[in-house]
Unconditional design. Structure first.
Lengths: 192, 192
DNA sequence: CTCATTGTATACCGAACGGTATAAACTGTC
DNA sequence: GACAGTTTATACCGTTCGGTATACAATGAG
């Protein structure tokens, strides 16, 4: 692993554990086994490092989610596929996932929230797209697609956090049945 | 309003908007119309200010929640009462509520999380107590009270955030029907 | 009037912050 | 072996951070 990647990995570790603001550039560099100028050679600023971290880790996820969110004629199936993608990613990248959630819920005017903004927007667009495409199934949603997608995202996130809190293991494993139960619960709430 | 209260109010405002770490003591003092030594006269440190903010605002809420969580023979009723209490508080203290959520999901080793820890623990204890008391209704929960309570708390929080995102208004108003629908959805998921 | 307590302001501290100027090693190419 | 581009280290910058020593008003009690 080269220095650039090592810096990103260290930053993820530290941001995950203590948060962006509480971690100094100095410490990231030291724990990566490099000096500050090396860090600034690869990333133009501390904020740039965060952006690149979110971008590089988030891109594969959003790519996979985009595939999963192609509407295949059934809302439940599509939502299951989306949830499946999220769960898989959370299993592979637990620390990044938790970091993402923390920043998702952070203060709106903070740097950290500004940094996740692009990911959040794309994530919401994907899910909203599913509800738009499912208009025939669901009937008139009275423009509540946004509300539904926010709720769905929140529910999936909540489930992952719960898992992360409860499980002894490091990763977050979610079975197919759990995914289906989650989506079923969500849809039942919507239909009623 | 005296200086002490004004400092707390200003801190809440700023922490809510930009987060604890990103806000300096200097700014809190200036925006409160006092100088730094005055702030340190009332609170022994920046962290102490945060603790006092959480304590003073959180205490009334936990007190009300404790009343609501007295088991009255029916799980649904009790959960509705608890959700009602949360919703009422979120209506009265929207900024504090959002700040609480942000810190609830923040990095586990961060100062902010350490500071909300006491509130989180008491909140969870209250809800867990409901599920414990409802063992007769629910049957054997196989020690999943903790998981249920985490899920319930998360769901209520999620609902509030969703409201806060969606509504144009500042406060978060939740009708009785919405509360009941939320609890019903949660319990349906549990029973199935 | 005196005196202790509460409350506020001026001015300052050392440390840590994010960030950089400069230059020396490396690396592969010709 | 000279050269260009990449990568790293030393040493430093100005600023802001959380926090404080000191002194001066205000206040009410005796």
């Amino acid at each position: 692993m080269d220095n650039r990647e090592r810096i990103l990995e260290t930053a993820l570790e530290l941001f995950y554990a203590r948060g962006y603001d509480a971690v100094g550039v100095q410490e990231i560099a030291e724990k990566s086994g490099v000096t500050k100028p090396t860090l600034y050679y690869y990333f133009k600023s501390k904020y740039g490092l965060l952006e690149e971290l979110l971008r590089s880790r988030g891109e594969p996820f959003l790519e996979a989610l985009h595939q999963a969110c192609v509407y295949r004629g059934d809302l439940k199936d599509t939502l299951c596929a989306a949830a499946r993608t999220v769960a898989d990613f959370a299993w592979k990248e637990p620390k990044f996932s938790i970091l993402f959630v923390a920043q998702y819920y952070s203060a709106r005017e903070s740097e950290v929230y500004q940094a996740v903004r692009p990911l959040v927007v794309r994530l919401q667009k994907e899910i909203e797209g599913v509800f738009d495409a499912a208009a025939d199934d669901l009937g008139n949603m009275h423009g509540r697609q946004r509300q539904f997608s926010l709720g769905f995202i929140g529910l999936v996130i909540l489930y992952l956090i719960m898992k992360h809190e409860t499980e002894e293991t490091e990763g977050i494993a979610v079975s197919e049945q759990e995914i289906e139960a989650l989506v079923h619960q969500f849809m039942h709430g919507i239909y009623s």
